[in-house]
Design a protein around this ligand. Sequence first.
Ligand code: FES
Length: 152
Amino acid sequence: MSTSRRDVLVFGASAFALGASGCAILRGGAVHPQWKASQASLVGDTLTVPLADVVAVGPGKVLEVRLGPSHKDLLLSPRADGGVNVVTGACPHNGCIVDFDPVKNDWACPCHESRFTLEGKVTGGPAKKNLKVPASRVEGDALVVDLSSVRA
Ligand code: FES
């Protein structure tokens, strides 16, 4: 899949509002660096993340965005082409946090090996539902995500 910075894909996955080490124990999934949304970055259903903070994790790595009680948490994975893959983080099977697989170019759940396309479509079980993918775009030096489809 080839997309420009303006065609940023946003994949979503819900997660619980717990610390990173607690997440690893309670959710059994991948642990990622975290970015916590502030009042300035989350206005209604619109999230604005500085692109530099996303790119800093590196291609193939994942930044977990904590959104508090109003919306499901997101995973952002910068691509080499300047775009960003975005999904809600929680696997629809049992809630483990999925991880980006840069070799297969898809999302994988570390708990029971469910797999999802970049667009969030489940391709391998035991998960039977897709990850959610909120609309997003790059505006200047920021990633802007429409969270209306991932309200908690
Ligand atoms: S929690 Fe993801 S496959 Fe079971």
